[in-house]
Design a protein around this ligand. Sequence first.
Ligand code: MG
Length: 344
Amino acid sequence: MKKIVIAALATFALTLSAFSQKDEFAGFYKGTIEAKKCYPSTICPEIFAEVYRGPNETYRLRLVPAIMNRCDVFYEMGNLKAKDGKIAFSGASNYYDLKGEITPGSIVAEGFVQGKNPAKFKLERLNIVSPTMGAKPPAGAKVLFDGKNFDSWRHGDANTPVNWKLVGDGAMQVQPAIKEGKKRIGGSIFTKETFGPFQLHLEFKMPMYYNKLGQARANSGVIVGDYEVQLLDSFGCDGIWNECGSIYRQVAPLVNACTEPGSWQTYDITYTPAVVKNGKVEKDPTFTVYHNGVLVQKDTPVAYKTSLFPSDGRTYKHTGAPVSIQLQDHGDLLEFRNIWIQNL
Ligand code: MG
């Protein structure tokens, strides 16, 4: 019995450390190509890399002309494995034929551009910090969370006290909804106050669910009344309609601005409610969203309530009424910090 408990505890500790240890390779890199001729320009450009960790400790390397942009992929190698503190890669893909290695701080490679032009690549690890990280609330703004308490928050169910966890570093962590008998513990939290037009700043950290994919990879959301600005670990994804920075299942982000899981990121969201006059919707509500300081939604109109399918959305009517802001519990252990709001 004792052995089983110890084994169970050890597995639990391993699981915990798997979720709390940031991968040493995953992230962005930046560098240069040394060659006589490059593609697509004849001038050898700067080059970026994205190292993504997927399930079963496999990695994917992409070499791209820009990050947090929509752009070509010049080189892609998947199913890579780390061995002795580095990830070796070789082979031809898209425009390059390369042999190289990824270490936690850099990527080096040699090979050919477009089959015939010899080239050398050297990239260094990038530590991306959002320009709005740690932004102080401006005069007149209301602090919604500063790491000390949940005074500005409530659960959806009025009888359930907010029991998300204060986890240090000025942060709180999602407490997933569970049932203890008839009592419900955890679940999404809502601002006690309601808001009209506003500017919201918040910082978030995605847990490292390397073995999960798609919507299971650290899901939450900033739900403004009926409309969700999606939160998801979409690092290395395509930036589509249900990923981070999207108006969930309605509008894709302009670009995928996610940094790697385990890094702190920012959202700066401006919300304008619908204009409704005499029961008639004259203007849909809109969102402008900066993710890590990068514009991902620009005055984007929202057609209908997030939880509806498009067919039902057609008959949905915005009210334009003041709204609560919800931080969504989707069962995943995201952290949040430095949340403040300014009425506009
Ligand atoms: Mg969500």
